[in-house]
Design a protein around this ligand. Structure first.
Ligand SMILES: NC(=O)c1ccc[n+]([C@@H]2O[C@H](COP(=O)([O-])OP(=O)(O)OC[C@H]3O[C@@H](n4cnc5c(N)ncnc54)[C@H](O)[C@@H]3O)[C@@H](O)[C@H]2O)c1
Length: 271
């Protein structure tokens, strides 16, 4: 990479706390940020996932620092920041990837389902960012990147609570961006479309839905976690110092519209 480009996109000397960082997308982002020069502190709920990612870091000769925690409550979010901070004394980048879902029609959603999804997808994003803000402010600035979802814009059957939490995260991105702009903290979000991970296996691991995705997504296929790296890197790198409060959709063209051209063997609508 030219010196000019690396000055824009290098994470050398940065400390990145990546929450949910040993999940499918989180692992891709954690490895990419480490390769871009960041000291990566990987949080996850799952010790098994942390151990699996640690092995991948070792293969690449990258230093690994894993922290296990359930982030459902504010105290746990504050505690994570206290545990992460001593590693380098700084937190320059926070990525919120933690997420969960229980797919059910609205008429079957219980209060427990509702609370479990909102606690992780919205409450933990809110309070972990709130816990990191004073650290970033004291050190002169930082970057916060949320993982919202395409479902903040369009919803599908059985994801009513999940979609609402992601719309909340999209909104929160704007609120945090303007409240913290004066602290030199830029806050942005990525809204991924359909990414082929275990999280979405019930959707793509099915004949009918597999065909539906191929038709519905203009790109013709789901994303892989690595498809999110360039957007994530650009939103936490020095290059994006004037970008804040934005939600970037990475969806293979879904929000661009639909097509009248032949699908599933039906004749083309064109004369
Ligand atoms: N996969 C997709 O198609 C897709 C699309 C849009 C948005 N997203 C979002 O991207 C993020 C990552 O998705 P993924 O596909 O990698 O899923 P994933 O399940 O692999 O990763 C989510 C991580 O969150 C962690 N987590 C769950 N509950 C937690 C809790 N109580 N406390 C702390 N951590 C907890 C899990 O351990 C897991 O590692 C999620 O926020 C998801 O909503 C995913």
């Amino acid at each position: 990479m030219s010196q000019y480009l690396s000055s824009l996109f290098s994470l050398d000397g940065k400390t990145a706390l990546i929450a949910g960082g040993a999940g499918a997308i989180g692992s891709a982002i954690s490895l990419a940020f480490a390769k871009a020069g960041a000291r990566v502190l990987v949080h996850d709920l799952s010790s098994e996932r942390l151990a699996a990612l640690e092995a991948r870091f070792k293969e690449e000769n990258l230093p690994f620092h894993g922290i296990q925690a359930d982030l459902s409550g504010e105290a746990a979010c504050n505690d994570l920041v206290e545990r992460a901070r001593p590693a380098t004394g700084r937190i320059d980048i926070l990525v919120n990837l933690q997420g969960t879902n229980r797919r059910k029609p609205i008429v079957e959603v219980s209060q427990d389902d509702f609370d479990a999804i909102t606690a992780v997808n919205f409450r933990s994003v809110y309070f972990l960012s709130k816990a990191v803000q004073p650290v970033m402010k004291a050190q002169g600035g930082g970057k916060i990147l949320h993982f919202s979802s395409l479902s903040a814009n369009i919803s599908f059957d059985t994801i009513s609570v999940y979609a609402a939490t992601k719309a909340a995260v999209t909104s929160l991105t704007r609120s945090m961006a303007h409240e913290w702009a004066g602290d030199n903290i830029q806050v942005n979000a990525i809204e991924p479309g359909f990414v082929k991970t275990e999280f979405t296996r019930p959707l793509w691991d099915d004949d009918y839905r597999g065909r539906w995705f191929a038709d519905y997504i203009p790109a013709g296929h789901l994303a892989v976690p690595e498809d999110l790296i360039t957007t994530a890197l650009s939103l936490v790198a020095p290059a994006s110092r004037y970008i804040t409060g934005r939600n970037v959709v990475v969806d293979g063209g879904v929000l661009s519209g639909d097509s009248w051209v032949e699908k599933q063997g039906r004749p083309s609508a064109y004369p």
